[in-house]
Design a protein. Structure first.
Length: 199
């Protein structure tokens, strides 16, 4: 009996060690992946901003600025919804072969990574790009309206910060209350282009 108990304990310890090693490898792989993704997305967004913003009118530049702010808020909501949503409804929906349900299950099972990507990668990049776009808009406004460039820059920066923070604060409340619906609608939208391996 003692030998059996000792064997079971050793077996359990070996399994725990293997699980820890697997988690470490998985975490390292995810950190490398998300860092590369952040670099690539940030590079593309920044390139687009630096290329487009100097050559468009103030109105078009302002619209683009609102688009970036809106994207940041939207992805922040998705990141919160993924962590808040209940997984159970999606299993029954997946059994009924409803579009996007299997994607929702997969996203929910990887909620930490999805929320990190949505909140940290997309959210932060949109914030940085919004700031860059704001610089061009402030310069254009200062030139067009004969304003003090420093004052124009302060006003635009404060406006961007207010809209981003206020929008995310409002979005978080909506995301928590409507988490299941938001996650499902997002999953349904991306199911046309993304099919998880683990169904």
């Amino acid at each position: 009996m003692k030998l059996e108990k000792e064997t079971i304990k050793k077996f359990k310890k070996n399994i725990e060690k293997q699980d820890k090693k697997h988690k470490r490898k998985s975490n390292v792989h995810w950190i490398i992946t998300i860092t590369v993704m952040a670099f690539m997305i940030s590079f593309c967004f920044s390139f687009a901003t630096e290329t487009i913003m100097p050559n468009v009118p103030v109105l078009m530049g302002t619209i683009l600025l609102f688009v970036f702010i809106g994207l940041g808020i939207l992805f922040d909501m998705i990141g919160v919804a993924v962590t808040s949503a209940d997984e159970k409804p999606f299993h029954s929906m997946s059994a009924k072969k409803m579009r996007g349900a299997n994607v929702a299950v997969y996203l929910k099972k990887n909620a930490d990574k999805v929320s990190s990507f949505c909140n940290d990668v997309i959210g932060d990049i949109c914030g940085i790009v919004s700031g860059s776009a704001g610089v061009y808009i402030a310069a254009s406004l200062a030139s067009t309206l004969h304003m003090n460039s420093f004052l124009a820059s302060l006003l635009i920066t404060a406006l961007i910060a207010a809209l981003t923070i206020g929008g995310k604060a409002m979005g978080k409340g909506v995301a928590i209350n409507k988490s299941t619906m938001i996650l499902y609608e997002f999953s349904k939208a991306i199911s046309y282009i993304y099919h998880p391996k683990n169904k």
